[in-house]
Design a protein around this ligand. Sequence first.
Ligand SMILES: [Cu+2]
Length: 708
Amino acid sequence: MQTRREFIKTSAAVGAGLALPLGVGTYSAQAAANSSNLRKWLQPLRGLTILGDPNGIPVASGFPDPVFPNTNLYQITAGEFLDQLHPDLPNPTRLWGYWDSTNPVRRHLGGVIVARRGTASRIRVTNSLPARHIIPVDTTIEGANQAQNRIAVHLHGGFVPWVSDGGPFNWWAPDGANGLSFLNGPGSAIFDTIPGSPMRPGQADYYYPNDQSARLMWYHDHAHGITRINAYSGLATGYLLLDGINDAYVASGKVPGLGSTLPVVFQDKVFVSPTTVLTDPTWAAVAHPDVQATGSLWYEHVYDPKVVKLLKGGQYLTPPNPSCIPEFFGDTMLCNGTVYPALTVEAKRYRFMILNACNARFLNINVFRANPRNVDGIDLDPNALFPLNPPGPNIVQIGTEGGFLVQEVTHVSAKPFNPLTLTGNLLLGPAERADVIVDFTGLAGQEFILYNDAPGPFPVGPPTNDYYLGNPKNPLQPITVRNKLTGQKWSTGPDTRQILRIKVVGGAYDPQPAGPILNPNLLDPAPLVPYTTTVAPVPPLPVPAGVPVRDLTLNEDFDPYGRLRQLIGTTAPNGAGGFGLEYTAPVTENVKAGSVEVWRIFNLTADTHPIHFHLVNVQVLSRQPFALKQGVFGPAGLVRGPETNELGWKETVQMHPGEVTTIITKFELPGTPFVVPPSPRTGGYEYVWHCHILEHEEHDMMRPLVVG
Ligand SMILES: [Cu+2]
């Protein structure tokens, strides 16, 4: 595998003659602050209140909508609150987040909505955020030089009308100020129509038709210029959609029911610790007075040329503080909203709906049997830097973020991430989901560790972004602490490898019925290009005759401050020596409603980008290395088909460095009980597509997608 530096040489050669700034990024980001040594596995994993966990993540209640037929109305508040995320933190953590306006309970990741196909949702969101952000705001980012408490609620994965998509220009503030594409606030002819309940400034409505197949979606903030810090602060939660096909799988016994189903949401963070004042001396000056105490959320705000490439002198300005950074990697993993929780299960089958909600961190998930004689649980091979522990049960994947697969895929531990082949076990980029079944039958008394070894940045990142006991190249090391009274020993963080501990207790017998779990004929909707095999390696799928092909690029350059910046563009030179276009540049992806298109997306950078499409799900057709000759992009090298766990629908797709990823999609629009007006900003139905590494999306790897 090429190192990042070698890739740059190669891609520079590829671009020779055009003087393109290809793959320019070399960085080894290490956070300037680190979390305390928090003890692992002290607290239970939060489930959902609707599934019987009273201390779980609160689920919002819906009521029949007095205006729209077959619709439930939810009332959600976006605001600031405190939540104790770990017993060792001396203070509860100040968070931003959602809660059910009719329920006083406020917890991290709260506001979960559970909906059924056939019944739409209307969400009335009240923005009650305070004026000052809990994370320092870089006002040099496009869109960020406005109120700090702007929000835009995006249903990630939702098949929704553009006025409810919550794109960047859909933002609004508590005082009613709003963005250029905001048509869903007070006075809205569509939404401000509830008898006796007029909308107030600071409120907005979103209508989700829910006319799509069962899946775990999530809704999170998308406001222009502050998406990455709003989501990091906590403005993100789950949205579970169920349907009749899912019911049938559960009724047949092939898929565990809701009582044995858990969302599993991973996020990496850093918390302010007693050393932050020393390692990050300007935090006190740039961050809110209320986020100075130990346990507050910390986020990198210094663009440090020692760890991130920075162009200086000449025409370049000096980066501000606070500044954006290319990618944020935390040192502490949260699952379902708290730090290092443990899950207790019975010895039977469970369904886990896994969401990678990290800002930038990929996950490669294996399951290991914990060693009870080792406080850390993991016996690390000192050479391979990978566990020697026996593997745990298989991970049987039945779905992605786009719904069920055509056929289940079994991930057999242990498969470390391999940077040569870009393969591992269950590999999830930011925003990707995996709907999986794990069978703990016969394993009572054992403990298992969900283990992540994906590098950050992906696929080639420095060991200093990888946090685990025994990492020889990371000065930040976990420790072992002993309770003097009981003698009990605990291993601590920082740890981004052990992402969940599972303890199996005695149990219920729940056998997997014989035969395949999934019926390929039930893929909903049917694939645009039929699958002829599900056996790996899947051959590349052909571009159907007559379907128009659109060529696009993923790019990297430097902004006016000399900072690394990621961009999406077409294959037409942009006049500045590259192909990348800023988000606010004129629309280039104008598509016809109902049309089918193939997109070939050429990645000119050194990173894998999880590219997310609003409105549509896509089918992955192929991946292939490419060459750029005399300004012409052309495939070069071995072409391969989709991964077996991509055989179905996707809305976030890993696009690897030096490769062209080919996808096909149909730009259908959802039905609505109202006429949808065009966007005043773009004149069409305005969506976006972007990288879901949130620091990339913000600066500036996002483009409008306009359906007309
Ligand atoms: Cu990216």
